[in-house]
Ligand binder design. Structure first.
Ligand code: NAP
Length: 247
């Protein structure tokens, strides 16, 4: 029960990695707010969380709209009285080689992944500063460290998240708020299930541990960063990738 009596907000948590983080946090005793652009899906995951014996709230939240994010934080404060942990997990891809990438695809990915992380961090920082405590965990990607052809928008957004993590850690440290990132490699989710078999085999050959990661591997790193055990760690990025990135 490492997160007993804590309240966690996880963005984009109706499915995939965010849902797994939510389940792991709930099993550790946290009350968990499931937020996603699709309320129906969020409500389903929220019911799964409540079945674990903790409280939950499902919120429709598009992280790109700052006023909506503020409204969501206020709803959480009304119901729970505080917010201890934020996981900025909502993320999208719109891949294409740079010369063919449309302005709309560039903007969409930067807006959800990078601006969404900024919006939620800014909105949650106020109550966390008042509380004099908080944990913010940003889901980046190894693509933000090593780059990837066809992912100019995604790689830039994730590199931006790593830099934003460092800056927010420095700005919020004096208020006892830790900000860290987790950079997953190739994780078995709907995002990677769509990839052609040939590409999956190529990816496997690049992973020293010779297997794709599971959402639970990412969730375990998040649990550590949300728990008291990591209280002296801030501004860092933990890479969870089976050994692909070693520098
Ligand atoms: P996913 O299954 O697509 O889940 C992402 C969730 O975010 C979806 O429910 C999605 O809703 C939601 N979402 C999309 N736009 C949103 C918005 N504007 N506001 C709020 N929620 C929004 O993806 P995942 O694989 O679990 O990835 C989760 C995070 O891990 C992302 O940040 C991703 O970049 C990162 N990551 C994943 C991998 C991987 O291998 N899977 C590797 C490295 C990093 P819809 O489905 O309705 O769009």
């Amino acid at each position: 029960m490492r997160l007993k009596d804590k309240v966690a907000l996880i963005t984009g948590s109706a499915q995939g990695i965010g849902r797994e983080i939510a389940l792991v946090f709930a099993r550790a005793g946290a009350d968990v707010v499931i937020s996603d652009i699709n309320l129906e899906k969020a409500a389903k995951t929220s019911a799964e969380i409540e079945a674990l014996g903790v409280k939950s709230l499902a919120l429709e939240l598009d992280v790109t709209a700052y006023t909506k994010v503020e409204e969501a934080i206020n709803k959480i404060l009304d119901k729970f009285g505080k917010v201890d942990i934020l996981v900025n997990n909502a993320g999208i891809t719109k891949d294409g080689l740079m010369l063919r990438m449309s302005e709309a695809d560039w903007d969409a990915v930067i807006n959800v992944n990078l601006k969404g992380t900024f919006n939620c961090t800014k909105a949650v920082a106020r109550p966390m500063i008042k509380q004099r405590s908080g944990r913010i965990i940003n889901i980046a990607s190894i693509i933000g460290i090593i780059g990837n052809p066809g992912q100019a928008n995604y790689s830039a957004s994730k590199a931006g998240i790593i830099a934003l993590t460092k800056t927010s850690a420095k700005e919020l440290a004096s208020r006892n708020i830790n900000v860290n990132a987790v950079a997953p490699g190739y994780i078995q989710t709907e995002m990677t299930a769509r990839l052609p078999e040939e590409l999956k085999q190529k990816m496997l050959s690049l992973i020293p541990l010779n297997k794709l990661g599971m959402p639970a591997d990412v969730a375990a790193a998040c649990l550590f960063l949300a728990s008291d055990e990591s209280s002296y760690i801030t501004g860092q990025t933990i890479v969870v990738d089976g050994g692909m990135v070693t520098a």
